[in-house]
Design a protein around this ligand. Sequence first.
Ligand code: BGC
Length: 479
Amino acid sequence: MCRGFRRATLRYDRSRARRGLLPRVEGVSDMNFKVVAATASLGGLLFGYDTGVVSGALPFVREVFQLSEAMQGFFVSIALAGAAAGAGVAGQLADAYGRRRVILVVAALFVVGALLCAVAANVPVLLLGRLTLGVAIGVASMLTPLYLAEMAPADKRGGVVSLNQMCITVGILLSYIVAYLLSEVDGGWRWMLAIGCLPGVVLGLGMLGLPDSPRWLAGQGRLDEAAAALRTLRGGQDVTAELNQLRTDLTRENGALVPWSALLEPRVRLPLIVGVGLAVFQQVTGINTVIYYAPIIFEQAGMGSTSAAILATAGVGVVNVIMTYVALKLLDTAGRRKLLIVGLAGMTAMLAILTAGFAVGTEGPLAWIATLSVAAYVGFFAIGLGPVFWLLISEIFPLAVRGRAMGVATVANWGANLIVSQIFLMLIAGLGSAATFGLFAVMSVGALLFTLALVPETKGRTLEEIEADFSGERAAARL
Ligand code: BGC
């Protein structure tokens, strides 16, 4: 590591240690953690890439395999069914076999799925590839933040959760750029799908060199290995204090011993309604119909060529990344609830404009109205419902049931995503574009009212304070 950087890190760590934010350990460096974070974040990047790439590939796949509306929906949603299943089993697998081993398998699935899609000569192979990718995405959506959070120094956990959302949006943007560059190339859609192999290979090779999470190792009673992993992560320094803290946390969490029925306890009821409610609203307000089908929406709105539609989609991807970055800067100052409310109000307004645009007609300026209002809609999603949902579900559940409750919310998110994506093209064909986007606008109003009534502010509060708020009188009054 360069000396200047090391000195600066030491100064920063010492001053935080003086303020009681870190155990006072001289010379601690988090450089190794940065390598871990960069490698594991590839899981988020792949989640985003393989999510976004369908939008660029779909118009070509539709042509080549002569897919009906329902089959196009199936091509998209079979991956989501896989993701829901993957997210459902990720927690148990990671507890049984360790985070590292499961992420290695996920990396292999990302590579195999991408290759199957890329070489598919018929629809069944294509669908098998998408299903494989879906399982990988679902497991990664649970496991990447979990592994990152467990490897991070305690005071960095919050930022790490948001880093994952950032990687998802960067992955989506990359997929749009690749799709644009390859849209005029003969058989380019196969390369679009194949390129997902590369981060998969890097993730796999990178994980081979990384330790398992100290928290998991300690939970298995493998304390020596946990200590060794922690020393590697913290630059070979004394980790006694952190190891003791880990032991205390594990005793308090007691996660493995809590039965599923604990999710029905009164103190879990409100957070679970909030978590699952936001999970469902994140999807039924239509975000992924844009992420997956944007070129088709733009074509419907009168945009000339497929590659122009894909370029407009790439613009939407840029807005998504930039506004997610803005959100990350604001989450701890403006607060989660405020961002959520502003974001949902903006999404509702943009969906209303889109509905009105489609209702008036598909000639002339509509292509511009569609592009601008879709871009602004994605921007409002990215400062609110996008990152806030994932952050809140890591904050609002009592410690003892956190893993399980997050699992339920994640599966609800993928399940709702599956239903919306499966029926979206049928809705467009059956009801028309105006009514379909009108429906999303109504859902957005519902999400706004739900937030106003039930979602608390968690900014700057300890997890214990949040838990107390949810189990107190105010919570009872809200139900
Ligand atoms: C959602 C994904 C979505 C992505 C778009 C995430 O928060 O869970 O479903 O594709 O945001 O940026």
